[in-house]
Design a protein around this ligand. Structure first.
Ligand SMILES: Cc1ncc(COP(=O)(O)O)c(C=O)c1O
Length: 410
């Protein structure tokens, strides 16, 4: 048997919970199709629309071509012209002095925090729902001896700036650590892809100046924020000292992030990248794909945002008491779905979306699987990216509507 089929069967088997509320559906074996494949070319297998994350984007033909043809050198010797081109492009785009290509957003954040908090025992103030706090293994503490001081995030991804004042340490008390940095995340992933308002960032800048504390932005999805606000990304980062931008999310490059800031900051970042093992040799092959991806990000991110809104409107068209989505909270490509139905968990809902029952096929003549991601017991997310076209979104809506209808009847 094909190994993909074997692992999919294993996945389906392992994720069928014994305490499932629904009678166990008879499922079809499915395989993942690319956008370029139609349902037909997948023959009888269900068509999979994978909405778990925007990290799932695959390089386009143009990116693959650019990767193959890239002029490269040893980037650890600082001799890769394509990496230089990408770094210059990003520094120019963000109107900052310098940029550094790094393997991941996690490394970009870690390096940035360690550059700003350059003595062990310093403190970084960060929102409690941020990626840096939730999903980076506390790397800043684990590897850098920096203490995260978490401040409550509001639902819109911001934190209270009056409250922030209480988190900034005095510099003359030998008992207390020093505050080395404030971080913000934009868009805020865990808060549903929310865009931080420019007015908020301006106010934060003013306060941070008065405390003489720098600001780092986890801008994994900075370009989504810029597209949503219809401003140039440099406007957003004009309020911060450094930013880490992921190119491997909605932008669509296969690998890598870029950190951007002052020349002095980037010189220090280069040293830290080396000690973390993030120095790549012929990295230009990957930078080449990122350069292609950046050439068209505005159009396809705008399309992803449109698809997210279209999905929510379609799914919430008919009133249901199974799930709730706050459409006004959908700023970009991420949609948070709250489970309302008592006894139903996010895990179970996701599981149902990734199966196709025989009854379903009889009723709607479609075999569509939607993959989504449970975040908490009663919350899941879907994320739009350039893997999906408008027809995929229509099919996903139809699938979710069918499942909602089925659940209403139970
Ligand atoms: C907001 C945010 N920051 C940082 C990262 C880390 O990026 P990477 O997966 O490239 O390490 C992610 C990844 O999903 C993210 O969503």
């Amino acid at each position: 048997m094909h190994s993909l089929k074997r692992s999919v069967l294993k996945l389906l088997k392992s994720s069928t919970k014994p305490n499932h509320n629904f009678s166990r559906p008879r499922v079809f074996v499915w395989k993942i199709c690319n956008r370029s494949q139609t349902n037909k070319s997948c023959s009888d297998d269900p068509y999979v629309i994978d909405l778990r994350s925007d990290t799932l984007t695959k390089p386009t033909d143009a990116m693959r071509m650019a990767m193959a043809k890239a002029t490269v050198g040893d980037d650890v010797f600082n001799e890769d012209p394509t990496v230089h081109e990408l770094q210059n492009m990003m520094a120019q785009m963000l109107d900052m002095e310098a940029a550094l290509y790094v393997p991941s957003g996690t490394m970009g954040n870690l390096i940035s925090v360690l550059c700003h908090c350059n003595r062990r025992g310093m403190e970084v103030v960060a929102g409690h729902k941020g990626h840096l706090v939730m999903y980076e293994q506390g790397g800043v503490a684990q590897l850098g001896g920096v203490m995260p001081m978490t401040i409550p995030n509001k639902d819109d991804g911001t934190f209270d700036l009056n409250q922030l004042a209480e988190y900034i340490r005095p510099t003359d008390d030998p008992h207390q650590p020093h505050t080395g940095l404030i971080t913000v995340e934009n868009t805020h992933c865990n808060c549903g892809g929310k865009v931080l308002p420019l007015k908020y960032l301006a106010e934060l800048r003013e306060k941070a100046n008065s405390w003489r504390v720098p600001i780092h932005m986890d801008g994994a999805r900075l370009l989504n924020a810029a597209v949503a606000l219809d401003v140039e990304p440099k406007k957003i980062v004009s309020y911060v000292d450094s930013v880490s931008v992921c190119l491997s999310k909605g932008v669509g490059a296969p690998i890598g992030s870029v950190i951007v800031g002052s020349k002095q900051f980037i010189a220090q970042a280069l040293r830290l990248r080396k000690v973390l093992g993030g120095g790549w040799r012929q990295a230009g092959h990957l930078a080449a794909a990122a350069i292609v991806a950046l050439s068209s990000y505005k159009q396809h991110l705008a399309q992803d945002h449109k698809h997210a809104k279209m999905f929510v409107r379609g799914v919430m068209e008919n009133h249901n008491n199974i799930i709730d989505i706050d459409i006004t909270g959908v700023h970009t490509n991420i949609v948070m779905i709250d489970i309302l139905k008592p006894g139903l968990t996010a895990e179970q809902f996701c599981q149902r979306l990734k199966t196709v029952t025989e009854q379903e096929f009889t009723d709607i003549k479609d075999k569509v699987v939607v993959l989504s991601m449970p975040l908490t017991k009663f919350k899941l997310r879907i994320v739009m990216c350039s893997n999906h076209n408008t027809e995929d979104v229509r099919l996903a809506i139809k699938k979710v509507q069918y499942v909602l209808h089925e659940l209403v009847k139970k």
